[in-house]
Design a protein around this ligand. Structure first.
Ligand code: PMV
Length: 371
């Protein structure tokens, strides 16, 4: 079944299929990574999520991308040179090229471009931090910018970011939530009215100011490549014995979290966010085959965060991604109490003692410097 945006983007006006001969330009975008509070886990065909998810974008952890392109009307598929951190990368090139070809059904001009794409990430290479959300977010923003330059379309912010989110989603589901600032939600839910499985929506105007002050200290427990990529994990939800219960739980958690984000109820935030983190990993533990991404040090750190919360009564909590790293979340006003605790009690459990102190970010930025 074709959906609203898919129909709209497939239905390409004749004027949009023929880019200006020999047109040359360079566009640049910086796009942040994001951390989910309600987790996307499991999908249907066409990268449609089994449940809604909610996240905020980070400030420090970003992909910086530049894309030079030249229209060559003789081409029938994109031609790509790709550089990661200054060096040609054939592995990433293939992934990007496959992606560009896939999304060319929504932007046929891509097939007539000679492209040079350069990217770099602001977070350490081996920190176990997933870069697909920021990378596909940046690329989707860049191709939307190219469409705007070539055809004078997507001129209003809403249609620009909606299409960028739609396209980013096709690269990596969670990337749909990286192209907006602050908090966003992807997946159809009872609220907001424009929530959609096809693109994320911004929660600006809904979220209480206290949550914009939140910090995310990423405790890097394991810096290596994880055993099971997310794509395999999502697939295991297809025949998962607890799939229905998980989907219902995620929907209910979404409903509760949206209310909490609005009211600023920090103790309730702690409760929902930790429930979601463990629910994600519970799905992994009970898949067939089962897999474990948590490490002993993940548990050691979580136990200490919970003990610290109990002792101090402060609203600090953790969340987990599809990996062993612990994201410790707390409001900025507690930084002077929390960071010494991190240094004295948690740092020793981190691989090479790596901790990345990040916080809620304002979203992607156009005209990035050359990576
Ligand atoms: O976007 P993917 O396919 O890498 O999946 C990401 C899944 C989680 O990070 C575990 C949760 C989420 O919503 O970001």
């Amino acid at each position: 079944m074709k959906t609203r945006l898919e129909n709209q983007y497939l239905n390409i006006a004749p004027g949009l299929t023929n880019p200006v001969k020999n047109f040359v330009a360079r566009v640049g975008w910086e796009c942040p990574s994001n951390i989910a509070l309600i987790k996307y886990w499991g999908k249907k065909q066409g990268q449609i999520p089994l449940n809604p998810s909610v996240s905020f974008v980070l400030h420090q952890s970003r992909t910086i991308l530049s894309m030079e392109f030249k229209v060559n009307n003789a081409l029938s598929m994109p031609q790509l040179d790709y550089y990661f951190e200054g060096k040609q990368s054939f592995q990433f090139r293939k992934r990007y090229l496959d992606y560009l070809q896939h999304i060319s059904q929504y932007l046929p001009f891509i097939n007539q471009l000679e492209l040079t794409i350069k990217t770099r990430n602001t977070f350490p290479h081996s920190a176990g931090i997933a870069s697909s959300a920021s990378a596909f977010g940046a690329l989707a923003l860049a191709v939307c910018e190219a469409e705007r330059l070539l055809f004078n379309t997507l001129t209003d912010e809403k249609s620009f970011f909606e299409k960028a989110s739609f396209l980013a989603r096709l690269g990596s589901g969670s990337a749909s939530r990286s192209v907006m600032g602050g908090f966003s939600m992807w997946g159809e839910a009872f609220f907001p009215d424009d929530s959609s499985d096809e693109a994320a929506v911004s929660l600006a105007g809904i979220v209480n100011p206290v949550f914009y002050t939140y910090r995310d200290s990423i405790l890097v427990i394991y810096a290596g490549v994880k055993d099971i990529p997310s794509s395999e994990g999502h697939a295991l939800m297809n025949h998962h014995p607890f799939a229905t219960a998980r989907i219902n739980q995620a929907k209910e958690n979404t409903r509760e979290l949206l209310h909490v984000l609005e009211t600023g109820d920090e103790p309730a935030f702690v409760e929902i966010v930790e429930r979601e983190a463990f629910s994600l990993h519970a799905m992994m533990l009970t898949s067939s085959p089962s897999f474990i991404l948590l490490k002993p040090n993940t548990i050691a750190v979580i136990e200490r965060i919970r003990a610290f919360r109990k002792d101090t009564g402060l609203p600090v909590c953790f969340t987990l991604d599809a990996g062993a790293n612990v994201h410790m979340l707390y409001p900025d006003r507690l930084t002077e109490t929390v960071q010494p605790f991190i240094i004295s009690e948690l740092k020793a459990f981190c691989e090479n003692e790596i901790i990345i102190h990040d916080h809620v970010g304002t979203g992607p930025v156009r005209n990035a410097v050359q990576p």
